[in-house]
Design a binder for this molecule. Structure first.
Ligand SMILES: NC(=O)c1ccc[n+]([C@@H]2O[C@H](COP(=O)([O-])OP(=O)(O)OC[C@H]3O[C@@H](n4cnc5c(N)ncnc54)[C@H](OP(=O)(O)O)[C@@H]3O)[C@@H](O)[C@H]2O)c1
Length: 265
């Protein structure tokens, strides 16, 4: 790990809750990332790997009190802070955006996501309340977070907003097999939202890209019913991180495979 040189810039987190470490030292000349859904799966791996690379990490999750592995990580690295943020909550998102108002964020990583119950998104047994739940996290949540932290990203050096998605959200790949309606619809709508946001902020230099992490062995993949080949969260996160570091201008507003291939819409 890169040597942390203690700086005059410390963010003192008030010990207003039991889960937050009393003091977090962000290293001023190191890059900063905010990750949603950091307590498990890919989000936890992203937090681990960015922390090990010396980044300042704002690792957010719904329930910090029970996020044991994340708390352990924060105990190992001074520059990792665990914060509460349910992406479906206006209040949570606004509270955190206010707290970090003057903190540049180089990479905003919209990782939080749910698959939804398969049966409820299968023709014949649709439950449209489940559609609303899936959209609330995957589509509205990511847009809500991106909009709230836009100024932080614009004030940073790297200026990147990344969302995780997959080919299932495209009409071409999505229509190759039936079912899984709500997951497919939520990611398609999210890609549309991110493309629109890209157009809105183009003059700020912000790059918005959706990245497909592959089939990754996480709870979400098990919820999808997939039993074929998959890669580990560790490997996938490493590949996605390497792609984020070398994003090209033509990837703006596009869906890109972890190996850098742009997926046609
Ligand atoms: N795994 C794959 O094969 C695959 C493929 C393509 C895309 N992706 C995308 O990768 C991302 C990460 O998924 P994963 O595979 O790591 O799944 P995972 O292990 O199930 O993790 C999902 C994360 O999202 C969090 N989350 C759910 N609802 C939330 C909310 N309302 N607010 C904040 N956080 C919330 C979960 O927190 P709780 O513990 O609180 O529920 C958890 O930390 C998702 O966006 C997914 O669509 C995954």
């Amino acid at each position: 790990m890169k040597k942390l040189f203690c700086s005059s810039l410390y963010i003192f987190l008030l010990a207003s809750s039991s889960y937050i470490s009393a003091e977090v030292a962000f290293v001023p000349d190191h890059s900063t990332i905010l990750i949603t859904g950091s307590n498990r799966g890919l989000g936890l791996e992203f937090s681990r790997q960015y922390a090990a690379a010396g980044w300042n990490v704002i690792a957010t999750c719904r329930n910090p009190q029970t996020a044991e592995e994340l708390q352990t990580l924060a105990g190992q690295y001074n520059q990792v802070v665990v914060e509460k943020m349910d992406v479906t909550s206006d209040r949570d998102v606004e509270t955190l955006a206010t707290k970090y108002k003057n903190q540049p964020i180089d990479v905003l990583l919209n990782n939080a996501g749910i698959y939804g119950t398969l049966e409820k998104q299968t023709l014949g047994t649709f439950d449209f309340e489940e559609l609303k739940r899936v959209f609330d996290v995957n589509t509205i949540g990511s847009l809500r977070v991106s909009a709230a932290f836009l100024d932080n990203v614009a004030a940073s050096e790297q200026k990147k907003i990344i969302s995780l998605g997959g080919g299932m959200g495209t009409p071409t790949i999505g229509s190759m097999f039936g079912g899984h309606y709500f997951m497919k619809m939520s990611k398609a709508a999210h890609l549309s939202a991110m493309g629109t946001l890209q157009a809105d902020v183009d003059d700020t230099g912000i790059i918005i890209t959706m990245i497909s992490p592959g089939r990754v062995d996480t709870q979400l993949m098990r919820d999808s019913g997939w039993t074929g080949k998959s890669i580990s969260a560790e490997k996938s996160a490493g590949l996605v991180i390497s792609l984020i570091a070398r994003l090209e201008p033509e990837m703006k507003g596009r869906l890109v495979m972890y190996n850098g291939m742009i997926i046609p819409w």
